[in-house]
Design a protein around this ligand. Structure first.
Ligand SMILES: [Zn+2]
Length: 183
């Protein structure tokens, strides 16, 4: 039988929607099916643990921390699936390495915020969404009106686009309640 075509799956949405939980669920499903999975995260995200992907609720999965997704190519050999958390931290630099993994026969599932705190589409999702085989866009709850959340609002203004944030730095809101950061 021919090996399966490698696929790109994107899990996106605002902060606190459960993206990492969904990523970990997919890792567990793949492992249950006998697939070899490598989990990766940005090295600059050390909020909860330097060597693990951790949900806000506390579940965790061991992960390699990388500064650049190009570091994954040699590590991904002999893996069927690479799972990447906080994809937006890698910005446009994520596109070529992910295409390289797919071309080498490794599937990719990646989770991250697809809208930044200015309200703009967040790289690399602008480039990768049309290339994905499956997009799982999830919502949480708007902190102001209780409707479905789509945006991540920075509570303390900041000009940087990529920010390591946790509870207290951001709230998730719907588009109507969202107050964008100003540049
Ligand atoms: Zn709202």
């Amino acid at each position: 039988m021919e090996p399966a075509v490698p696929t790109l799956t994107l899990v996106c949405g605002p902060m606190f929607a459960g993206k990492t939980t969904e990523l970990i669920r997919r890792v567990e499903c793949a492992r249950a099916g006998g697939r070899r999975v490598l989990v990766a995260k940005p090295a600059r995200d050390v909020r909860y643990a330097p060597d693990a992907v951790v949900t806000h609720a506390g579940s965790r999965e061991l992960a390699v921390a990388v500064h650049d997704l190009r570091e994954l190519a040699p590590r991904a050999v002999r893996h069927d699936l690479v799972a990447i958390d906080e994809l937006h931290f890698f910005a446009d630099g994520a596109v070529a390495p992910i295409e390289g993994l797919l071309a080498a026969g490794t599937s990719v599932v990646a989770a991250g915020c697809d809208i930044d705190h200015f309200g703009d589409v967040f790289a690399p999702f602008d480039s990768l969404l049309p290339r994905a085989h499956e997009v799982c866009r999830i919502s949480g709850t708007c902190a102001r009106c209780g409707g479905p959340s789509t945006h991540s609002e920075r509570l303390t203004p900041l000009r940087e686009r990529i920010v390591v944030g946790g509870i207290g730095d951001f709230v998730a809101t719907c588009a109507r309640c969202f107050r964008p950061s100003t540049r």
